[in-house]
Design a protein. Structure first.
Length: 196
């Protein structure tokens, strides 16, 4: 994985080799910020992230690119904004370190903590335990085609619900939490690594 400091020249000159389907260039100064290029298209900016929070960062990215397309800002300004967004993204990622959770566990912790009642009733320590156990259980159970096979999804759904009940996760929000956890597991950055 190539990492270089993004400049207008490097970003503007990045192309995908013809013998590859896609290629990535990662910024050395802003973790998670990258360019993705295909042989037939222009490079696009990408962020490596977990499901929760990704929407917020993608909205910021879309706003910057829209202003660029409308010629409201120059290429150098876009790069500066992207680097600033990547720094914010890194700060969000460092939150996992502060909680003592890895990337995958933080994704599930965030999914569970969306319910304020769960945060009040269960507290951080219990939510962290659930997130760790969910990560271990799902990692063992996920198969290459799990998201396409309803029988496998049903098995995973039951496993998640059982775990939430065992820790007394608020029953009125268990269904929503279960679906969010399964979305997290289906996020490309999680389950793709697990089955590889």
């Amino acid at each position: 994985m190539a990492k270089v400091a993004f400049t207008a020249a490097r970003v503007g000159g990045f192309e995908c080799p013809r013998d590859k389907k896609q290629d990535f260039l990662w910024d050395a100064t802003a973790p998670g910020l990258g360019l993705r290029a295909t042989p037939n298209g222009k490079p696009s900016y990408v962020f490596q992230s977990v499901f929760q929070g990704k929407d917020k960062f993608s909205e910021l990215l879309q706003q910057s690119l829209l202003r660029y397309r409308n010629r409201a800002i120059e290429t150098a300004q876009v790069i500066e904004e992207l680097i600033e967004m990547a720094k914010k993204f890194q700060e969000a990622a460092e939150r996992g370190d502060a909680l003592g959770l890895n990337h995958d566990e933080l994704a599930f912790y965030d999914a569970l903590a969306m319910n304020e009642a769960a945060v009040r009733e269960l507290r951080d320590d219990t939510l962290k335990k659930i997130a760790v156990e969910l990560t271990l259980s799902l990692r063992k159970s996920v198969t290459v085609d799990w998201s396409k096979r309803e029988t496998v999804r049903a098995k995973l759904r039951v496993m998640v619900k059982t775990l939430l009940k065992r820790y007394k996760y608020p029953p009125d929000r268990q269904e929503e939490a279960t679906e969010t956890v399964l979305k997290q597991a289906g996020a490309e950055s999680l389950s793709a690594e697990w089955v590889a």
